[in-house]
Design a protein around this ligand. Structure first.
Ligand code: HEC
Length: 629
């Protein structure tokens, strides 16, 4: 490898990979660990016979995954908390047992497919246009971008220009700054690609997989700093990293939460040198972890100094610390209150000097006012200015149905799992008064008055609601209309309201609706839940001039008219075949979920594949331009 090669600079990352490969080689005389026994002890409880309310993929589905992906999931992905304490040889043994194939990393490393896609040249990164930075191009999280070069006149001519293949699961949506696309992957790679061609400026690596969008900004904060550009990204284990935007080298890393089940699922919001990090957890799945004493996680926002990564403040969504509060039927100690995780990006309100977050459910039946709530926190001190709880007693752990035989840690009153997974959107009502809109998995959209402690202005029931939405990961808004995608994956036939809706921002009236057509289950990628074929809309939408773009769980990307909801362009990723810049084709596209499209400089960037719900998915980033030019 030549010295100027972009990957030659990844010293620490290569060192880490080499260390892993060495550790994975079992000593010659030691018997290899028993993968079947490990699986039965550690995994079978959740994966052998997952019920309808469990999100766990069945064992047969895990068997279709690449063995290296299983190892990644256990080492640094979604399953890291349950695999804690297992060594590399044991992870390899579980992967071999499940897939029948040995992970390849212990052997000779395969050729790096990304090497062929390296950009030959490239100046320093800039902070300028084209730009869609973080969750939304504006601090209000409306996901609306005017003057992108795309509009109702030309969107119907969008065609793929390039595609990029990666592994480990879709991270957050692509962030575009200064003509470069930044994103992390489930296996912990972070990429800086050229927005025009998809070639690789650099590939960094962090400890902990990524499923949140990155935010780019200067390495400057209250403690000082410089104009040097950094890429800030949260990982799946509660860490936040600043990488040099020119090289991908890590500058600082801060663990904002050390809880075993901590995770970060949304982009940090950057404002005036402070990085506001939303912290979530997967403690909800601990109901099946043997001898685990639930529940001790509370959601929080942690503000970091962008220059140094130093913590400025932490404000919990639930004020009271979890304490022993009762024993389960088997005599095990339970703790509470807990929960109120934050799954989405904070919304910044410079005028009122606050940020807003919407929270998830409660994990226990210890009462609290912070779950399924909207909270306003002071930007400088973190002090809670007000909070408004929308759903009380929404107490939930995975597998808790209220029926006999449910896990012993289950709350006594079991709720519907109606988290807020979507960022609040701050806009103006006609007449100029502010309005804060939140969408819930219950299928309801609620508008609050930020000048009156979050008093409810209107509430519209749009979807039927379920543990996977209703409104799942996001909404968007232009000046007049709030765009609301509904997933409703479990609805009885004919009852669901999956589709796209336009709501009047002033009063919440539904001004248009466009139901999602029934999926073609023979060809559609499997959607929101393993083995469920659904055409629901779970990803966040994206608004540009006169148009709203939304990707469906059955793999169809559509452009709707912002005023009437008519679809005037669609593209079926499941049927399309791509030749990625860094892999040989053809590769098919897949389901779309979580983050939405980002649009900047006449290009629309869309992630496809979402292994959390579909382990067979191929992960692709696709860039669409007018006529593919
Ligand atoms: C406490 C329940 C539980 C246990 C124990 C558990 N899993 Fe999982 N697993 C889940 C759930 C739930 C998901 C779906 C992930 C999500 O919703 O975030 C999942 C997802 C996965 C995935 C796909 C994840 C992705 O991001 O693509 C793999 C692979 C997996 N598990 C493997 C394992 C293995 C191997 C073990 C044993 C070492 C294990 N799991 C133990 C509940 C569990």
């Amino acid at each position: 490898m030549q010295m100027q090669h972009p990957f030659a600079r990844r010293g620490p990352a290569f060192a880490a990979i080499t260390a892993l490969a060495l550790a994975a080689a079992p000593a010659a005389d030691a018997a290899p660990p028993d993968g079947a026994a490990l699986y039965n002890q550690r995994c079978a409880g959740c994966h052998d016979d997952p019920g309808a309310s469990s999100r766990a993929p069945a064992k047969a589905i895990l068997a279709t995954r690449a063995p290296d992906d299983i190892v990644d999931t256990l080492a640094k992905g979604a399953m890291a908390p349950v695999a804690a304490g297992l060594g590399h040889a044991e992870l390899d043994a579980v992967a071999l047992y499940l897939t029948g194939k040995a992970p390849t990393r212990g052997a000779a490393a395969p050729a790096d497919p990304d090497a062929a896609a390296a950009c030959g040249t490239g100046g320093p990164p800039t902070a300028g246009a084209p730009r869609w930075n973080g969750w939304s191009p504006t601090l209000d999280n409306a996901r609306f971008q005017a003057q992108t070069g795309l509009d109702a006149q030309n969107v119907s001519r969008l065609r793929p220009r390039w595609a990029f293949r990666f592994t480990g699961g879709v991270g957050g949506q692509p962030t575009v700054v200064g003509g470069r696309v930044y994103f992390g992957t489930g296996s912990g790679a972070v990429f800086a690609l050229d927005a025009r061609t998809g070639c690789i400026h650099w590939r960094g690596e962090i400890k902990g997989g990524v499923r949140a969008a990155a935010t780019v900004g200067p390495l400057a904060g209250p403690s000082g700093g410089s104009s040097r550009l950094a890429v800030f990204v949260g990982d799946r284990t509660g860490g936040v990293h600043a990488l040099d935007a020119a090289t991908g080298q890590e500058i600082w890393a801060t663990k904002v939460e050390t809880h075993r089940f901590a995770t970060i699922t949304a982009a940090p919001a950057l404002y005036r040198g402070r990085l506001y990090v939303p912290v979530s957890s997967s403690e909800e799945i601990s109901s099946y972890v043997k001898d685990y004493h639930c529940c001790t996680f509370r959601g929080h926002v942690t503000a970091l100094d962008a220059a140094s990564g130093r913590t400025l403040w932490t404000t919990y969504t639930i004020a009271d610390e979890p304490k022993p509060y009762r024993t389960d039927p088997k005599g095990g100690q339970l703790y509470g209150p807990a929960g109120a995780a934050i799954w989405s990006s904070p919304t910044i309100d410079p005028r009122r000097g606050v940020l807003y977050v919407a929270t998830g459910d409660s994990y226990t039946d210890a009462p609290n006012t912070g779950s399924d709530a909207v909270l306003a926190m002071d930007l400088v001190s973190g002090r809670l200015r007000w909070s408004r709880q929308i759903t009380i007693d929404d107490n939930y752990l995975v597998g808790c149905t209220g029926a006999p035989g449910q896990p012993s840690a289950c709350p006594r009153t079991v709720g519907d799992d109606y988290d807020f997974g979507a960022s609040p959107i701050l806009r103006e009502r006609p007449g100029g008064r502010a309005v804060l809109m939140v969408g819930q998995k219950s299928g309801a959209v609620i508008a609050l008055d930020p000048d009156r402690q979050g008093q409810v202005l209107w509430r519209t029931q749009v979807g039927l609601g379920s543990a996977l939405g209703g409104v799942e990961w996001g909404m968007a808004a232009d000046r007049d209309v709030l765009f609301v995608p509904i997933a409703d994956p479990y609805a009885p036939k004919g009852k669901g309201r999956a589709g796209m809706y336009g709501l009047n921002i002033g009063d919440g009236r539904i001004v248009w609706s466009n139901p999602a057509p029934a999926p073609d289950c023979a060809t559609a990628p499997k959607g929101s839940l393993i083995n469920i074929c659904t055409s629901g809309l779970s990803a966040a939408p994206t608004a540009i001039d006169g148009v709203v773009v939304e990707g469906s769980l059955d793999g169809i990307l559509r452009a709707y008219g912002a005023r009437d909801g008519q679809v005037f362009w669609s593209f079926d990723l499941g049927l399309a075949r791509f030749t990625p810049v860094n892999a040989s084709g053809p590769v098919k596209g897949d389901t779309m979920n979580a983050g939405g499209a980002t649009v900047a400089g006449g290009t629309l960037f869309q992630m496809s594949g979402y292994q959390t719900s579909n382990p067979k998915a191929t992960d692709l980033l696709v860039a669409f331009t007018i006529d593919g030019r």
